[in-house]
Structures are given as C-alpha cells and as structure tokens.
Design a protein around this ligand. Structure first.
Ligand code: IPM
Ligand code: MN
Length: 351
C-alpha cells in the first residue's frame, strides 16, 4: 500500500514542524509495512508575496487526487491578516468539504496543565467543530462603507444538512470512542434562537432515533468555557458550530498543555482530509530549531487514523506519550530541553 500525501509546510515554523512529522510518519509506515509518498507544495506567504497566488485551481485539483493533506502553518507577518487564512486554509476546508474539525484535548502524563489538581485522568475529551458553515460561510456585507452611517453584517449560516452530518459524525465518534458515551452540544440557545434552535432540534431527533445509548447533554458556550476549566472530566465528546468551536479549542489547547501539543484534523469522511498542528506560524521562533513538533506529529497520527492505519497511529501516539512523560521538560518553544529535531528523533526512535 502506498499513500499519496500532499504536504503544505506553509509559513514560519511550519516547515520545521512538518519535517519532524514526516519522520514520524515514515517510521510508522516502516513499522506497519506501508509506504507514503510526500508531494510538497509551496503555498503560503512567500509565494503570495512573489506571485500574488494563494491557492491555484490546478493545485486544488491535484489535492483531490491525494489520500490526505499534511499542513504546517499558514500566516505571514508581511501579509495582511485574512488573505492567506481565507485564500488557503478556509478555502481548502470549503472546497474539499472538510466539514468536520476534530480536535482532541488530551493531557499526557508529564505535561503541565495550568489547571490546578487536574491530571491526565481528568483531561481527555474531543471537540467536533463544524468546519464549513456558521459565521465562517462568508455571508454578509457592508452598507455605506467608510461613511459615518456604515453598516456591517456577518451572518451565521446553519443548514439542516450541514448540522445533521456534523451531529451524526459526533454521535458515531462518541460510540467508537466508547468512553462515557456522552455527547455535549455546545451552543447558545438563549440568544441565538434560530441557529441553535435548529442545532438543538436536530441533536435530539438524530440522537433519539439512531443513538439512544449515547447520553445527550447541552451547555451554553460561555458556561462551557467555565466548566472546561473547573470540571474538564465532565466531557467526553463536545460538538459545536464553527465559531464556538474555534474559540473553545484554543481554550482546550491550553488545558492540554499548550499549542505545542494541540493537533487537529479537517475531515471529509467521504473525501480528502487535512491535518495540522492548531497553533500558528510563530514567526518569532522560525528557523531556530526550538519549536515543539509534537502537535504536528500528533496531527500525523490523526492522518493515519483517518486513512485506516490505526496501529500506525497508535504507535505514534504511544511514542508521543513517552516523549512527553520521559523527555520534554515543557511544551513551550525554547523550553523543551531539546531541539525540534531531537524531539522528532526521539519520537521516531520510540515508534
Ligand atoms: C483555526 C484558526 C483558523 C480558524 C484561522 C487561521 C482562520 O484559528 O484553525 O482554528 O479560525 O479556523
Ligand atoms: Mn482557531
């Protein structure tokens, strides 16, 4: 078996992280007896500044023929915020219909969490973020722009189809995960009385009809931020819309030890998925060999899991766990007690 992986190292520390991730993927392939071919693409800030291109149509077509996409980071200090994010990252999520953004929040042994008296047994849940709709749909506009009477409208788009497929994925995931068999819907039914009314109705209809063994729980997004800090052990799988998902997964990343360890997958269960460390391009650490590659490496494990290579994925996860527990002093860039490449080598050796 040979998998074709499109690699998008991207900006800043993206290439350093991806390099270590590929080491782990190759080690896992060797161990389990499959091959991976990596096809690098130079999308990102440098290319945009050179050519004005973000994501050429021809590249998008090539991505559609790959088994998965492996992404480092997008974001360049020389490019106005929004151009690369909308032009590459959000465009890929939408064009490839990657309607799930899966973000595990798991504290590994030996990793520091800012939450007092909580450990790995308490912090182990997964956020399923709807990844193509909501406030990210780009619906809205200006009226009387640049005048004192200016109006800006940005609408949240929630389709029954989009919401339902995300809920079904979450119920299925919860069933497979087999932890507390509890799915929490994170919304704001007290204020967003249209959008989350649809979400809540679909949640109970789908759950009652097809997943009766999964406990259904509802929490407002603001309260969820509170409970995620105070009682993270209450959560098993959380499902939410695009915007709330964006916000609560940054909180989740901190709870699990920081951006250095937080990974995510932009998943189209019927198509091509894309995996990334959820942190940014960290210009200040670029080229110094001090960034933590574990988030990118864990994203690689998620990539393999989605391809059906569960054993290889588990081997990477186990290696990351051991490196966290026995080697890396802090998840913070520059404070690991090891260089980026040393951490990657350790992971590969354990695999
Ligand atoms: C993320 C990021 C992106 C998002 C940005 C870079 C557009 O914050 O993946 O969470 O908002 O989705
Ligand atoms: Mn985000």
């Amino acid at each position: 078996m040979t998998y074709k992986i499109a690699v998008l190292p991207g900006d800043g520390t993206g290439p350093e992280m991806v390099r270590e991730g590929i080491k782990a993927l190759e080690a896992a392939g060797t161990r389990q007896g499959f091959k991976m071919e990596f096809y690098p693409y130079d999308l990102g800030g440098e290319r945009y500044l050179r050519t004005g291109e973000t994501l050429p149509e021809s590249v998008l077509e090539e991505f559609k023929a790959c088994d998965a996409i492996y992404l480092g980071a997008i974001g360049h200090p020389g490019v106005k915020p929004g151009i690369l994010e909308r032009g590459i990252l959000l465009k890929l999520r939408a064009a490839l219909d990657q309607y799930i953004n899966l973000r595990p929040v798991k504290l590994y042994p030996g990793v520091y969490t800012p939450i007092k008296d909580k450990g790995p047994a308490d912090i182990d849940f997964v956020v399923v973020r709807e990844n193509t709709e909501g406030l990210y749909a780009g619906v809205g506009g200006f009226l009387k722009k640049d005048t004192p009477d200016e109006v800006a409208v940005q609408e949240s788009v929630n389709t029954r189809k989009g919401v339902e497929r995300c809920l079904r994925y979450s119920f299925e995931y919860c069933r497979r995960r087999n932890k507390d068999k509890k799915l929490t819907l994170c919304g704001k039914t007290n204020v967003l009385t249209y959008a989350f009314d649809l979400w809540e109705r679909a949640f109970h209809q789908v759950g009652e009809a097809d997943y009766p063994e999964i406990e259904r729980d509802y929490v407002h997004a603001d309260a969820l931020c509170m409970w995620m800090v105070k009682n993270p052990e209450w959560f098993d799988v959380i499902v939410t819309d695009n915007m709330f998902g964006d916000i609560i997964t940054d909180l989740g990343a901190m709870v699990q030890g920081g951006m250095g360890i937080a990974a995510g997958g932009n998943i189209n269960p019927e198509g091509v998925s894309m995996f990334e460390p959820i942190g940014g391009s960290s210009p200040k650490y670029t080229g110094k060999n001090v960034i933590n590659p574990l988030a990118a490496i864990s994203a690689g494990a998620m990539l393999l899991e989605t391809l059906g290579e569960e054993k290889a994925a588990a081997a990477i996860e186990e290696a990351v766990l051991r490196v966290c527990r026995d080697h890396v002093k802090s998840m913070q860039a520059g404070q690991m007690g090891h260089t980026t490449s040393e951490v990657g080598d350790l992971v590969a050796r354990y695999i």
